[in-house]
Ligand binder design. Structure first.
Ligand SMILES: Cc1cc2nc3c(=O)[nH]c(=O)nc-3n(C[C@H](O)[C@H](O)[C@H](O)COP(=O)(O)OP(=O)(O)OC[C@H]3O[C@@H](n4cnc5c(N)ncnc54)[C@H](O)[C@@H]3O)c2cc1C
Length: 465
């Protein structure tokens, strides 16, 4: 059995590892266009900030580890065409030649590419690029280009276009490096994946660290700055009221999301779904015989919303594992996502899982959302932090639908959102969250965990009078 994975990141490598775990005799080849197999691109901001001291440290596993697991790696090799009926894959080798690889099963893990928004100066023959200090950020190659700008041009200022989680992490990273950051977001508040109340808290944390935040502001053009201006680039934008906004900076980072990389699969006849991502069934089958797909290139089943596009590393790992198992004849199903995510912004963290109020309404629930504060551990023990929690539940059934948390990065925000994720995954009511047997010691928690206190507050506030 020869299994070929296209893509050497979270999805492709997870699939390869699982295939080898299941059958040590499986012949597994991973074809990857870049030369950074199994690198944690989620860690890029922390390499840029200097907290991770060498790019090689971003590898989840080294090439030697991967080879020891029994897979054959083909770095610098681009998959060009899939011949589905003959089970052949045409690739371009690092030397530029062509080669045909036979396969019994194929897993497509081609991931995503950054969106290039319609901003003048970003497209066309005169488009500005890394050599001018204008960057997109997704791959290790993009990261090295950013590092070259930082090291060679020593920018004093940067504009970040976009205030999603990657934009925020990069604002944090560049500020740590001593670069003054202006963050421009077209939506009314930063981090639009959480409620605006939490976006405002994130906004305040950015401002507290000297980041200039312009919300409701759409960037229209990036160009070289006129001579004599401080900063080599000029960014022109329009505020919500139409007023023109101009900033100059030495560097511009455009991080406004990703789109699935699906050309190869689509050319082979795979069906596309939400946001143009590859349609897969719960077993990660594409519908093409012998062809599976996983990660940022596919649609993701959300447990409460149905089909979505949710490009996340945690999801890519799980889907890749399912695809790798099923490529070897397994029948495992991807259990679905809840869109659980967490982001650190300077000394604070914001997290969410499940649905927010408007999403729950759109999905046909009768949601109520309440906001509570609770300590991360007993306040009498030094160093406690207040956590703000927003709980969304269904008024009719009492079912817990979503939770958002904001608080100090050392206040267990990530693990607490995971408690909520586990509860929602299993369809628990908000009331039943109080029954969970959670750990307690005063320096680390409370007899009722913050998540339980928030769920209890939701139950109190929704109880009929
Ligand atoms: C800065 C940053 C921070 C992030 N932080 C987080 C986080 O904190 N938490 C989280 O859950 N997610 C995070 N993510 C998202 C996460 O990294 C992605 O969801 C995940 O890496 C997707 O993995 P993937 O394998 O599907 O695709 P990708 O990582 O996009 O990899 C695609 C692979 O396919 C290869 N490839 C593409 N086309 C071809 C071809 N034709 N032939 C051969 N090879 C090909 C590429 O070379 C690459 O190896 C972050 C992403 C970025 C950029």
């Amino acid at each position: 059995m020869h299994v070929v994975m296209i893509g050497g990141s979270d999805a492709g490598i997870s699939a390869a590892l699982r295939a080898r775990e299941i059958d040590l005799a499986a012949d597994v080849t991973v074809v990857l266009e870049d030369t950074y197999p199994n690198f944690s691109i989620c860690g890029i901001p922390y390499y840029v900030s200097g907290e991770v001291t060498h790019w090689r440290n971003l590898a989840h596993r080294t090439t030697a580890d991967l080879e020891a697991a029994g897979m054959r790696l083909r770095p610098g090799t681009t998959a060009r065409r899939i011949d589905v009926p003959r089970r052949k894959l045409l690739v371009t080798t690092p030397g530029g030649g062509e080669e045909v690889l036979g396969y019994d099963k194929l897993v497509i893990g081609t991931g995503a590419v950054p969106v290039r928004p319609p901003i003048a100066g970003l497209a066309g023959p005169d488009a500005l690029g890394p050599a001018d200090g204008v960057h997109l950020l997704h791959s290790m190659g993009d990261t090295f280009a950013v590092m070259r700008t930082l090291e060679q041009a020593a920018p004093a200022s940067a504009v970040i276009v976009g205030a999603g989680y990657i934009g925020l992490e990069m604002a944090d990273a560049l500020t740590i490096r001593g670069v003054h950051v202006t963050q421009i977001e077209q939506l009314p508040e930063v981090l639009p994946t959480v409620d605006p109340q939490f976006g405002a808290l994130v906004h305040a944390e950015l401002a507290r660290h000297g980041v200039e935040v312009l919300t409701g502001t759409t960037v229209r053009a990036i160009s070289a700055a006129p001579p004599g201006t401080p900063g080599r680039l000029r960014v022109r934008a329009a505020a919500a009221d139409g007023i023109a906004v101009t900033r100059t900076a030495d560097m511009v980072l455009v991080v406004v999301g990703v789109r699935p990389e699906t050309a190869l699969a689509a050319d082979a006849g795979a069906q596309l779904g939400v946001k143009g991502a590859i349609a897969v069934d719960p077993m990660m089958r594409t519908g093409l015989p012998g062809v599976f797909a996983a990660g940022d290139c596919v649609i993701t089943r959300h447990r409460l919303l149905g089909q979505t596009y949710l490009p996340l590393g945690t999801t890519a790992h799980k889907q890749g594992r399912v695809a790798g198992e099923n490529a070897l004849g397994g029948t495992r199903e991807f259990a679905g996502s809840l869109g659980t995510q967490v982001v650190k912004i300077f000394s604070q963290a914001a997290a969410r899982t499940g649905l927010r109020d408007h999403e729950a309404t759109a999905a046909g629930f009768d949601p109520v959302t309440t906001e509570t504060q609770a300590d991360d551990h007993k306040a009498y023990y030094p160093g406690s932090h207040r956590i703000t929690l927003r709980v969304t539940g269904d008024r009719t059934t009492g079912r817990l639908l979503g939770m958002q948390l904001f608080g100090h990065k050392d206040a267990g925000i990530a693990k607490r959102v995971d408690i909520a994720a586990a509860a929602i995954f299993h369809g628990m009511t908000a009331d039943a969250v109080s029954d969970l047997d959670l750990s307690y010691t005063p320096p680390l928690g409370s007899p009722w965990d913050a998540v339980q206190m928030a769920a209890q507050a939701w139950v109190r506030q929704t109880r009929p009078d």
